[in-house]
Each structure stands twice: as structure tokens, then as C-alpha cells.
Write a protein that binds this ligand. Structure first.
Ligand SMILES: [Zn+2]
Length: 428
């Protein structure tokens, strides 16, 4: 085994240029989401590459999923290479979409420029570098170990940046991530090459609306301002809710440290007269606002129960209602995700940790992500719990201008992935 490990490491080193070239090819297909462009092109590109290595490739369109249309179809690819004998299946899942480039770039965001040992471009770090690393790792393993047992799968999936409903969630519903088909899942998100991400916190989004009565702005006492009522809500959050949430600490190893508490963000606030149409140059009119809405983004911990999380906010609103004359509100759920955390003793965790030890000569850090990613669907819809995120790239660079991935980091992560395949699938 030690001999195979050394040969795999050397093989990845020999494929460094191929790794960079593949990353560049993927970055040069701009798969910006929203709206979700060029998904078919990148799937065809991946299919061409992987069929050449003997993978069976299936392109799956998430028909009827949110965002799927004739103009912007939600294409996904699942590639599978069967071993010579029965065994377990190891699956690498990467999302193919990237967020918009935004402003502030000093290089072409879709050019894939190589400079100072880095590949630059939108999606290099999050997460086409990780996808390329998993492909090169699998190719090296298959070449050196053609008599492996079980199967290797690589998927490229749509829409992770917008919730994953046209991607992993759809595939999980169709059975692609059932524990009978797949036993180990690695998601090469950019969590740093020496860290294993076990899961993520939970999410609850809700809209709160306060009600008032419209009147002339010169005589506000004749109306009832929904904005002032919302002010009371925000005041109560400052006074009671935020200190309460900050005091709730989790045993989950969330990074960064600040996210080890419960958090709540007010994503938006809208009240009164709508913004004027673009191009309108007149003044607004004087009115008392009769509606005010906020969207809250509450991130919760594995120790918390979603029902209690919701009760906390509802209880706060009821408390205001009891004290404040004419206070009336509505609250509406928008979106929720339960926290997930894979066991540290799970087989995929132990195997990747061992491979990190062999490649980087150190123990990995175990982390949990403050925000969610596609593990939620694999865990909840697929009921497959032996799943982690592990991949190259510095998480802080994701979604930023001048995003890059380090070539050494990609090569090291590819070695860890190849050694993981050897440990799980090589015959002994
Ligand atoms: Zn990502």
C-alpha cells in the first residue's frame, strides 16, 4: 500500500500541467448563476473528458426544478467507472455554477490566467479547482490501479449557489445519492487542503411584516406608521434577541469562530412608498407607511431545535404586541435547512484524515461551515450520512474579485483524494 501511495503522489506531480489546463478549461466556460448559463456546455466538456477515461456518463436535466427552462436548462452530469469486482462506491460531487464576476477584477474573470503559482478566475477556488483536482486524482488512480474494486463516481451539478434544487437535490430525489448506490461522498468545496468539513449550521429565513394605516405625511397622527412599528421590532432585537443569540454557543467546530454562536441577519427592509421607477425625476409624495417588511436570516446550531428557534422570534413579536398599542404583524416562513454534522468516526472522515496525514504530514483540522452547501440534500433527501466537504482553495476568496486557487494546493488535495481512493477501493 505504501508503494502504491508513493506512486500515486508521483503520478499527480507528473500531471500538474494537466491539472492546471483542466482548471483553465472549466473556468473559460462561464457558468454564471443566476441565471445558470452554459451548464450544457460544461457537462459536455466533462463528458468528453471522462468518457475518454472509460467512465459511463449520464446527463440529467432537472426538469421542473426552480429555474429550469428551455432558455436556461438545469443540466447535471454523473460519471461512473465500474471496477473489476464488487465493492463500495466513492463519489466526488462538485457544483459547476459560479456567482457573477462583480467589479474590481485586475484580470479577465473567465480567462484562467496563471501567475505566481496560481490560477485566477471566477470559480477557480469555488470550486472548479476542486472539480479538476478530483478528476485528475481519479484518472491517476484508475491508471495505476486498474483492477480496483467497487466504483468511482464524479458528478458536476447545477445551482449550488442558489440552493441546489436544480442540482444535487434533484439527483438525490431521483435516487442518485441513495446509500445502496453510493457509500462515500466527498464534496471538493474550498475548505483548505488540511481541513475536513463535517457539515454546516441550520438556516431559517422568514419575512416579518408590520401593519399601519396610510395618511397624509403632514398629519402623521391621523395614520399609524408601520415603519415605527418595525422600529420597535428592531429595537427589541438589539435589546434582547442579539444578546441572547450571542450567548448560545455550539460544540460544532464552526469556522470562523464568530459563527460558533447563533446568528441573525436582517437581509432587507422595505417600507412605505416603493422606490420610484428608473428614470423618474420627480419627488416622492408625503404618506405614512402602512406596510413595512424585513427578511430575517437566522442561522442555528445543531443543539437548537427549529421549532424553538421560530418560537423565540414569535415570542418576541407577541411581547411587543402585548405592550405596544395598535401593533399588528404577520410572519411568513421562506426557507429552512436543518443543521448537519457527519460523525468524526465515519469511514470517509477517517480515510481522508489518514490520507492528509500521508500527504501533508499533519493531522487535519475538523471544521463546520457557517453557511450551507449541497451536503444538506445528500444528508436529508439521499439519507446518506457518510459525506464531507474536502477540497483545495482558501474559503475567504470565494465570490471575491481576483479569485484564485493555488496550484500546489490543488496538487496536494488531488494526492489526498487519490490516496483516499486507494485506501477504499484498491484490492488488498
Ligand atoms: Zn461552492
Amino acid at each position: 500500500m505504501a508503494l502504491l501511495d508513493d506512486r500515486l503522489k508521483a503520478e499527480i506531480d507528473a500531471r500538474r500541467d494537466a491539472l492546471v489546463a483542466l482548471t483553465q478549461d472549466l473556468v473559460r466556460i462561464p457558468t454564471v448563476n443566476p441565471p445558470g448559463e452554459n451548464y450544457r456546455d460544461i457537462c459536455d466538456h466533462l463528458a468528453g473528458r471522462l468518457r475518454g477515461q472509460g467512465f459511463d456518463c449520464t446527463l440529467v436535466r432537472a426538469e421542473g426544478a426552480p429555474g429550469d427552462s428551455e432558455r436556461w436548462p438545469r443540466w447535471n452530469i454523473v460519471a461512473r467507472k465500474e471496477g473489476r469486482r464488487a465493492g463500495e462506491t466513492v463519489h466526488f460531487n462538485s457544483h459547476i455554477d459560479v456567482v457573477e464576476a462583480g467589479h474590481g477584477w485586475t484580470t479577465d474573470p473567465f480567462g484562467g490566467e496563471v501567475r505566481d503559482g496560481r490560477v485566477y478566475g471566477r470559480g477557480t477556488c469555488d470550486m472548479k479547482g476542486g472539480l479538476a483536482a478530483s478528476i485528475v486524482a481519479a484518472e491517476a488512480f484508475l491508471d495505476l490501479c486498474p483492477d480496483f474494486e467497487g466504483a468511482v463516481e464524479i458528478s458536476g451539478t447545477a445551482d449550488e449557489e442558489s440552493g441546489g434544487y436544480g442540482g444535487v437535490a434533484y439527483l438525490a430525489e431521483k435516487g442518485w445519492f441513495s446509500p445502496e448506490r453510493v457509500q462515500h461522498v466527498i464534496i471538493p468545496e474550498p475548505l483548505n487542503k488540511d481541513r475536513i468539513c463535517l457539515g454546516h449550521r441550520g438556516v431559517w429565513w422568514a419575512e416579518i411584516e408590520t401593519h399601519g394605516r396610510i395618511a397624509h405625511g403632514s398629519m402623521p397622527f391621523l395614520g399609524d406608521s408601520a415603519i415605527r412599528h418595525m422600529g420597535a421590532v428592531l429595537e427589541e432585537m438589539e435589546r434582547v434577541l442579539w444578546p441572547l443569540l450571542e450567548g448560545k454557543r455550539t460544540a460544532m467546530p464552526v469556522v470562523p469562530e464568530g459563527a460558533r454562536s447563533s446568528t441573525l441577519n436582517v437581509n432587507s427592509i422595505h417600507g412605505g412608498e416603493p422606490e420610484p421607477e428608473e428614470g423618474f425625476t420627480g419627488f416622492p409624495s408625503p404618506c405614512v407607511a402602512d406596510r413595512c417588511r424585513i427578511v430575517i436570516d437566522r442561522r442555528f446550531l445543531i443543539e437548537e431545535d427549529l421549532k424553538e428557534v421560530k418560537e423565540e422570534v414569535r415570542g418576541m413579536l407577541e411581547g411587543i404586541k402585548a405592550r405596544r398599542p395598535k401593533f399588528s404583524y404577520e410572519i411568513r416562513d421562506l426557507h429552512e435547512v436543518i443543521p448537519t454534522m457527519t460523525d468524526r468516526d465515519a469511514p470517509v472522515v477517517r480515510t481522508v484524515a489518514g490520507a492528509i496525514g500521508k500527504v501533508l504530514e499533519r493531522e487535519p483540522d475538523y471544521v463546520v461551515s457557517p453557511g450551507t452547501y449541497d451536503q444538506k440534500h445528500i444528508d436529508r433527501i439521499g439519507r446518506l450520512h457518510n459525506c464531507i466537504a474536502y477540497g483545495p482553495g482558501v474559503l475567504d476568496l470565494a465570490h471575491q474579485p481576483d479569485e484564485w486557487v493555488g496550484i500546489d494546493d490543488m496538487a496536494d488535495a488531488a494526492k489526498v483524494m487519490a490516496l483516499t481512493l486507494a485506501e477504499l477501493l484498491a484490492p488488498r
